[in-house]
Design a protein around this ligand. Structure first.
Ligand code: ACO
Length: 319
């Protein structure tokens, strides 16, 4: 039986750092409020010339390097993003060209903050079936493009960045399982309600959110989808070495960890210095914890995310 295995990881955050103190100059907020309600201290913001595919390119190059591979080895590219370079072509196609890859499919996945788990799940199916030998899976966001900088309820929460993993076939796990869900009835609770009609922007394509409702749904559903992954593999939470959840808010992460019964020392938290980078948050956190040697080969890692849609999902894997 073929499994897919993560053989390399990489990530990138833009140079510009926006601190809570910087935000105090823009809106009626305070470092104390932001830290107490979200755990966020700072976030990265892309330079005007940096497109989402540029962030993805940096993360992809680092992931390929850590896997000991070259761009010509890649035969499948999937990019999870809510903030594509343009309406079309896909950000994955821009990334493919910038990397110099000329074969295999390249596609974007739009599942907002759950995007990376969706992309990982799709790539896993291709690698397991033998249809791909070297999949590049990226979560990349210039999410600050979607912010109304006068709305203190949302502009303090998000940041930009990218993370990538390489998936290749292996004889053992690898990825044990992935679990994806969506319920479009919740669309209005978290959205960027704008579109293009007859060549003109309609509506307001900035983040609109019912923060309290999102918070409650997130904690309930993350616990549920993590248990689904554990049950599917007859594992207990004690057997998991690391939990890498979507990095939206430290209170959501702590509440989920408590519900799951996992010790806080096994939870990777990066939201304090990245903010919420949507589809990029999990691969950014995963790469950070692998590079600083917290996550080691053989460790079992549980990933889980929830986002606009609502969408949600989990992945249980061995590094
Ligand atoms: N600075 C200071 N005060 C603020 C700010 C701010 N940046 N934002 C809101 N406030 C005020 C509100 O106006 C309100 O004032 P009032 O009491 O005078 O009306 C007060 O703070 C409390 O506001 P709440 O919205 O009730 O604060 P809450 O404790 O719920 O925290 C937050 C808000 C942080 C948005 C929280 O609801 C949350 O984290 N929700 C989850 C949303 C999230 O993470 N979304 C990310 C995308 S979804 C995802 O990734 C899963």
């Amino acid at each position: 039986m073929i499994f897919s295995k993560i053989t390399g990881t990489g990530s990138y955050t833009p140079d510009q750092v926006l601190t809570n103190q910087d935000l105090e100059q823009r809106v009626d907020t305070s470092d104390a409020w932001i830290q107490a309600r979200t755990g966020i201290r700072q976030r990265h913001v892309h330079a005007p010339h940096e497109k989402t595919s540029d962030l993805a390119l940096m993360a992809a190059k680092r992931a390929l390097k850590s896997a000991g591979l070259a761009p010509e080895d890649v035969d499948f590219i999937v990019v999870a993003t809510t903030t594509p370079d343009m309406v079309f072509p896909s950000t994955a196609c821009f990334l493919q060209a910038k990397l110099g890859v000329t074969r295999g499919p390249a596609l974007d996945v739009q599942a907002v903050c759950t995007g990376f788990i969706y992309a990982l799940s799709i790539a896993d199916q291709y690698v397991r079936s033998g249809a791909a030998q070297c999949a590049l899976v990226v979560g990349a966001e210039n999410f600050t493009n979607l912010l109304d900088w006068s709305d203190r309820g949302t502009c303090v929460l998000f940041g930009d960045g990218a993370g990538a993993v390489i998936l290749q076939p292996g004889n053992g796990p690898g990825i044990y399982s992935t679990h994806l869900h969506a319920d479009g009835r919740y669309a209005a609770q978290l959205s960027a309600p704008g579109n293009i009609q007859e060549g003109e922007i309609q509506g307001k394509p900035t983040v609109h959110m019912d923060g309290g409702a999102v918070f409650k749904f997130a904690v309930r559903i993350l616990d549920q989808v993590c248990r689904e992954a554990l049950n599917a593999n007859q594992m207990t939470i004690e057997q998991v070495d690391w939990f890498v959840p979507h990095q939206a808010n430290v209170r959501i992460i702590e509440a989920t960890g408590e519900k799951l019964g996992i010790s806080p020392g096994k939870v990777v938290v990066t939201v304090d210095h990245h903010g919420n980078t949507s589809a990029a948050s999990i691969p950014l956190a995963l790469d950070e914890a692998i590079r600083d040697s917290r996550i080691k080969p053989g460790h079992k890692v549980l990933l889980a995310a929830v986002g606009g849609g609502f969408t949600w999902g989990s992945a249980l894997l061995e590094i």
